[in-house]
Write a protein that binds this ligand. Structure first.
Ligand code: K7E
Ligand code: CUA
Length: 649
C-alpha cells in the first residue's frame, strides 16, 4: 500500500524551526507549524490521522457502552470516538421523552422493582448484543441493572428500550446480561445474596437462608421480548456471584460465573465480626460456577423445580445432584470469567492474584463425565480439582480483571492496580507478555466484536475508572475515561482519549456498523414503537378531533410541520385527558417534540411515531404546549394552548 503524499511528508517531518517562514498561530494550513504550535509529536499526528473522521464520513464500528449508574447506554462511533446517542434505559430522559407521560412510561415504571417502592434509576453494567451462531447480529442489545436486579431489552432498529423485566428472586445482579450463542437465553446472575423471593432473614442465618440465583431469561426473537413464562432459574450458594459468560462452540451449553465470597462473610452483623471486605478475602480460592444449561432445561421440562414468586427454580440440592452446577476452585477473589473465541477455554482474572487462570473446557467436561471430583462444598455441590481443570496460569500483573480477544489468538487483560493492558497468548502460555500503561486504573476492557466466535482485532478499548490529569477539571466528580488502543501493529498504541460524562461505564461491546439496520421513520405513520403496529387510535389528516365522555377527554391529534391539530384544547379541572398523537411526517430527521408547560408532559415525536399521554388536569389555568425540536423555520410557531377551566367557573 502506498502512503498518501501528506503522510510521506509527515513521516519525514520534524518540528518547524523557530525562524520558519511558515505562518504563525491562527493562520492554519501548515502541518509542521501546527505541530510546533500545539506541541504535537509525530506519533500524535499519526494517532489523529487514525481516528480523525472528516465531516460527512461515517465510523466503521459502533460501541454500545453502559452508562453505569446513569442508568443508560451510550452509542459511540469508532475510530472517531464521537458520541452518537445516550439511550435511556432505567431512568427518565427528557430529550427522548422517556418517562414524561408517554408510552415509554409503561416500560420504565410498570415493572419497576416490585414491593411498592418506585425505582427511577438503574446501575447498568454489561451490555450484550444479541447473537446468531455466536456472532453479533445487530438486532438487540440487553443490559442488566445491578442495583435493582432488572434486565432491559433495547431494540437496535430504533435504539429504544422496549422492555424491562424484574428478577423476582434476587435483589441485585451482576453477571448479566450475557447471551447464549443464539440468544436462546439472556443470563442474569445474582451478586449480593439475600433470601430468594425477598422477605426477611437475620444476617445470622446467612448460610442457611441467603442464596444466589442464575436466571435464564428466555428470549422470544419473533416478538423481540423476554418471555417470563418460559424462563427459569438455578438456585446458587450465597457466594457473591460475579461476572459470567456463556460458553460457545466447544463450550456451547454451559455458563461460567465467578464468585468472590465463598467465605460467606456477612459483615459485622452488628457484632465483633470482620467487615465483609476482609471476611470475603480469606480464602486462597473461590469458586468458578459451571452451569450446564442444556441439562437445566431438561430438568425444568421434567418439572424438577420449585416455584418462588412465580419463577421456576431448580433447587440447589437438585442442581448439585444432577451436576447442573459444578464448582472449580479459582484464585483469588476473582472478577472476570471470559470464554475464548474458540470456546475451548475460560480465562479468569483474580483480583487479589497476579495471574490469569486458563480453564480448559475439554478437561472440565471429561472430569464431570467421569465423576472425577476433588470433593463437595458445604451445600453438596461437586468441586473439581483445580490442577486437573486448568490449561495453566499466566503471570499478568497486580489485579487482573477482565480479558478480551483479537483475531490473532491474543488475549488482552485489564490490570487494575498496575493500570496496564497486558497482551498475551492463552494458547501459548510460554510466550512473553506485552504491557501498555493506561490512564488510570482500568476496569473493563473491550475489543472489536470481541465476544463473538470471530473477533475483528484492530481496536481495543481500555475503560478506565480514574482520569485525574487527563481532562480539564470540572469539579471533584470526574468523568471516567475510554482510551482507544490500536492493536493492529506490532505494539499497542493509545490513539484517542474519550471522557465519559455519565455514570461509570462498566462494560461495552463494539459492533461492525454495517450490521446495524436502523429505521428512518415509523412506517406507516401512526406506528406505535412499542408494538410495531399502527395504533387503532392513530389519525390521518382530517380525522383530528376531541371527544368528551363524562370526565374523560380524548384528543386525537396530528403533528406535522409546523402545527399540532388541534392546537387548542380546553378541559375542566379534574378531567382526565388522553392525548393520542400521530406524527404525519415520513421524512428522515423530521422529528417534533410535544410538551405541555407545567404539566411534566414531554414526548418525542419521530417521523411517523404514535404517542399517547394520559394525565389528570388537576391544575387550572392557561398552559402553552409547544414543539421541543427545532423542526422548521416556523418551529417557534408550532405551539398551542391547553386551557383548564377552574372548578365552578
Ligand atoms: Cu465494573 Cu463488569 Cu460490573 Cu468489572 S464490573 S470493572
Ligand atoms: Cu415541530 Cu419544532
Amino acid at each position: 500500500m502506498s502512503l498518501a503524499p501528506w503522510l510521506v511528508f509527515l513521516a519525514s517531518c520534524t518540528p518547524a524551526p523557530k525562524e520558519s517562514p511558515q505562518p504563525a498561530a491562527g493562520t492554519g494550513g501548515n502541518l509542521a507549524s501546527i505541530m510546533t504550535e500545539r506541541g504535537l509529536s509525530e506519533a500524535d499526528v499519526i494517532a489523529a490521522a487514525k481516528t480523525y473522521t472528516p465531516s460527512g464520513k461515517l465510523d466503521e464500528y459502533v460501541i454500545m457502552a453502559s452508562g453505569g449508574h446513569g442508568g443508560n447506554l451510550i452509542a459511540i462511533g469508532v475510530p472517531s470516538m464521537r458520541i452518537l446517542k445516550y439511550v435511556a434505559v432505567f431512568g427518565p430522559e427528557s430529550w427522548q421523552g422517556y418517562g414524561y407521560g408517554g408510552l415509554g412510561d409503561k416500560v420504565l415504571y410498570e415493572d419497576s422493582r416490585q414491593g411498592g417502592k418506585e425505582v427511577t434509576w438503574g446501575d447498568v453494567h454489561h451490555p450484550n448484543f444479541s447473537e446468531t451462531n455466536g456472532d453479533y447480529d445487530g438486532e438487540f442489545i440487553f443490559v442488566n441493572d445491578k442495583a435493582n436486579a432488572r434486565v432491559a431489552v433495547v431494540d437496535l432498529k430504533d435504539f429504544m428500550t422496549k422492555q424491562i423485566v424484574t428478577n423476582k428472586l434476587v435483589m441485585s445482579d451482576h453477571g448479566g446480561a450475557f447471551v447464549t450463542p443464539n440468544t436462546e437465553y439472556v443470563v442474569e446472575t445474582s451478586q449480593y445474596a439475600a433470601p430468594l423471593g425477598g422477605g426477611f432473614e437475620p444476617l445470622a442465618n446467612y448460610k442457611e437462608k441467603y442464596r444466589g440465583a442464575a436466571m435464564f431469561w428466555k428470549f422470544d426473537r419473533e416478538k423481540g421480548r423476554l418471555d417470563e413464562s418460559q424462563s427459569f432459574a438455578v438456585e446458587l450458594p450465597p457466594y457473591a456471584q460475579d461476572l459470567a459468560d456463556a460458553g460457545k462452540l466447544d463450550s456451547y451449553g454451559w455458563v461460567f460465573i465467578g464468585s468472590w465470597n465463598t467465605e460467606m462473610g456477612a459483615g459485622t452483623e452488628g457484632q465483633n465480626k470482620p467487615y465483609l471486605e476482609s471476611a470475603a478475602s480469606q480464602n486462597d480460592m473461590d469458586y468458578l460456577h459451571i452451569i450446564d444449561w442444556k441439562k437445566a432445561e431438561q430438568l425444568v421440562a421434567e418439572g424438577k423445580t420449585k416455584v418462588i414468586n412465580g419463577v421456576r427454580v431448580i433447587p440447589l440440592e437438585t442442581a448439585a445432584a444432577e451436576n447442573v452446577l459444578v464448582l472449580a476452585p479459582e484464585p483469588k477473589s476473582p472478577h472476570g470469567a471470559d470464554v475464548t473465541p474458540d470456546g475451548k477455554a475460560i480465562v479468569v482474572g483474580g483480583k487479589l492474584d497476579t495471574h490469569a487462570t486458563v480453564f480448559e473446557m475439554s478437561k472440565i467436561k471429561d472430569l464431570v463425565a467421569k465423576g472425577d471430583f476433588a470433593g463437595k462444598d458445604a451445600y453438596g455441590v461437586n468441586v473439581l480439582d483445580f490442577q486437573k481443570s486448568i490449561r495453566g496460569q499466566k503471570e499478568i500483573g497486580l489485579g487482573p480483571l477482565h480479558t478480551v480477544f483479537d483475531n490473532k489468538g491474543n488475549a488482552y487483560t485489564s490490570v487494575f492496580l498496575d493500570s496496564t493492558v497486558v497482551k498475551w497468548n492463552p494458547s501459548n502460555l510460554e510466550q512473553p507478555t506485552e504491557a501498555l500503561s493506561v490512564q488510570y486504573n482500568i476496569g473493563h476492557i473491550m475489543s472489536a466484536e470481541g465476544d463473538t466466535v470471530s473477533p475483528d482485532g484492530h481496536w481495543v478499548v481500555a475503560m478506565n475508572k480514574m482520569a485525574q490529569d487527563r481532562y480539564q477539571p470540572v469539579g471533584p466528580l470526574l468523568p471516567q475515561s475510554f482510551q482507544l488502543i490500536d492493536v493492529s501493529g506490532p505494539q499497542m498504541e493509545i490513539v484517542y482519549d474519550l471522557p465519559i460524562p455519565l455514570g461509570e461505564p462498566h462494560y461495552s461491546q463494539m459492533i461492525k456498523a454495517d450490521k446495524l439496520k436502523t429505521i428512518q421513520a415509523y412506517t406507516p405513520a401512526g406506528t406505535n414503537p412499542y408494538t410495531d403496529e399502527v395504533s387503532p387510535n392513530a389519525v390521518a389528516a382530517g380525522q383530528e378531533r376531541i371527544e368528551r365522555n363524562g370526565k374523560q377527554v380524548d384528543v386525537y391529534m396530528s403533528v406535522i410541520r409546523s402545527h399540532f391539530t388541534p392546537d387548542y384544547i380546553e378541559v375542566n379541572e379534574g378531567d382526565t385527558v388522553t392525548l393520542h398523537m400521530t406524527s404525519l411526517e415520513q421524512a428522515y430527521d423530521q422529528t417534533h417534540g410535544f410538551a405541555i408547560d407545567m404539566y411534566n408532559v414531554n414526548v418525542s415525536m419521530e417521523p411517523g411515531r404514535y404517542e399517547e399521554v394520559t394525565f389528570k388536569a388537576d391544575r387550572s389555568g392557561v398552559f402553552p404546549m409547544y414543539c421541543t425540536e427545532f423542526c422548521s423555520a416556523l418551529h417557534l410557531e408550532m405551539m398551542g394552548y391547553f386551557l383548564v377551566k377552574p372548578k365552578g367557573a
